[in-house]
Design a protein around this ligand. Structure first.
Ligand code: SF4
Length: 419
């Protein structure tokens, strides 16, 4: 059964757009259909009274309505493998450096974001515990078990950071505090700092302050959309979702005041209909405020309201990735860059030789996010294959090597340097 009406696909055989960027007019999500009453609010799961037992892997299918936060959290497949609660290997990665946690409830997230695998309309298709976020599964694990494992030796832990991702749910503020307290009671936040990926829709300034008081290090806002029009269409009224651009910015400003410089930021998805100029202006605005941008490449998640749309073309993505890195870490300003009449980057504002050096370092093309213990511009949060398949990597969860850089230069249409 599906609440999603299939539409024509705009991609070629590789799921990529035939165009060299995703313009606004071609990125319209479909309208969510009505959820059947017997599937609404996790009713199907809550009709049972089965107790959860240990780690729940997606598609275990035992519908345990009591498997919910704060006792349980979901964690990314990469984090579950690194923690040792799940078997498996990751393409070209030994481990992940970020323990990404996600609050969980049988009725799931109550928002309906068009690009997200956890969106409310999907309750017609899959129980919440079995839904993937974007591209990867998130097994559910007792929070006490996670804390026990990491607290046994935080200094030697592979994790450089822990992150609590909130979802839109009436309990998510209170449960975020409980999960955070449970962590900082046993694990020194100096050894493994904590980030909060917030859901502003349910939050107040006092809530932001409380996360700081409980020991959070960095506070980020999942703005996701780069402009008010894209936001409204993908996360607001356009898809019967409760989010408002103004509320996200209110909480972002609170985070700036409370957490201070370099300790707040916003997530942005590239390729949902904004121009390259628009998204880079937003990156500049965040830097001018004293924060950072963490970027994702749009991926048409199967079952989402945007699964009929093309993934961000790699040339658009690489241009924005490179320009964002220059603004965030190399002091280049967006007004030094050049853009064509469709808002595409046509000049990066620094001499060619300098640009070539930045490309060859490869860091600009790694996953962006909160820093770990290596250096400020290398994210702990490497999210392996969270925005692309391993066969066509968007964000590199490892240091790109020579063959990767050759491909990146081709995608950027910048010739390979003669050695
Ligand atoms: S609020 Fe977050 S988890 Fe919920 S649908 Fe939107 S993007 Fe997905």
């Amino acid at each position: 059964m599906s609440c999603v009406e299939p539409k024509a696909n705009l991609t070629n055989a590789d799921g990529q757009s035939d165009q060299d960027h995703n313009p606004f007019d071609s990125m319209q999500p479909r309208v969510p259909l009505k959820t059947p009453v017997d599937r609404k609010n996790g009713r199907h799961v809550k009709a049972n009274d089965i107790l959860p037992k240990g780690v729940y892997l997606p598609n275990n299918n035992y519908m345990a309505p009591h498997m919910k936060s704060p006792e349980y959290v979901q964690l990314s497949t990469a984090a579950a493998i690194t923690l040792g609660v799940m078997g498996g290997r990751m393409h070209r990665c030994g481990c992940t450096r970020c323990l990404n946690l996600l609050l969980t409830y049988p009725e799931g997230c109550r928002a309906n974001c068009a690009y997200c695998g956890l969106a409310r309309h999907r309750e017609a298709d899959r129980d919440y515990a079995d839904r993937n976020f974007i591209r990867v599964d998130w097994p559910a694990v007792p929070m006490a078990e996670i804390v026990d494992i990491v607290a046994s030796d935080p200094k030697e832990s592979p994790f450089h950071r822990m992150c609590i991702s909130m979802i839109t749910h009436p309990q998510s503020d209170a449960d975020t505090f409980t999960v955070l307290r449970q962590w900082t009671d046993r694990i020194d936040p100096e050894a493994i700092p904590v980030s909060i990926l917030s859901n502003p829709t349910t939050m107040t300034r006092d809530d932001v302050q409380k996360t700081r008081d409980l020991g959070a290090d960095i506070f980020t806002v999942a703005l996701d959309a780069a402009t008010p029009a894209v936001f409204d269409r993908t996360r607001g009224k356009g898809v019967q979702s409760p989010h408002k651009w103004s509320k996200y910015w209110e909480i972002l400003q609170d985070a700036k005041d409370i957490f201070g410089r370099q300790k707040f930021g916003a997530h942005i998805i590239v390729g949902m209909g904004e121009t390259e100029y628009e998204v880079l202006q937003l990156v500049q605005e965040l830097v001018d405020l004293g924060g950072h941008s963490h970027m994702f490449c749009f991926f048409p998640e199967q079952g989402s309201l945007m699964d009929h749309l093309p993934a961000t073309p790699r040339d658009q993505w690489r241009r924005v990735q490179l320009a964002r890195y220059l603004i965030d870490y190399r002091g280049v300003r967006v007004d030094q860059m050049r853009f064509d009449d469709q808002g595409r980057v046509s000049g990066y504002g620094i001499p060619d030789a300098e640009l070539a050096g930045v490309i060859d370092e490869g860091i600009a093309f790694r996953t962006s996010g909160c820093p770990g213990k290596f250096q400020d511009d290398i994210s702990a949060c490497d999210r392996p294959y969270g925005d692309s398949p391993p066969s066509d990597i968007a964000s590199y969860p490892f240091q790109p090597v020579k063959k990767d850089l050759k491909l990146i230069r081709r995608q950027l249409d910048i010739p390979i340097r003669q050695e």
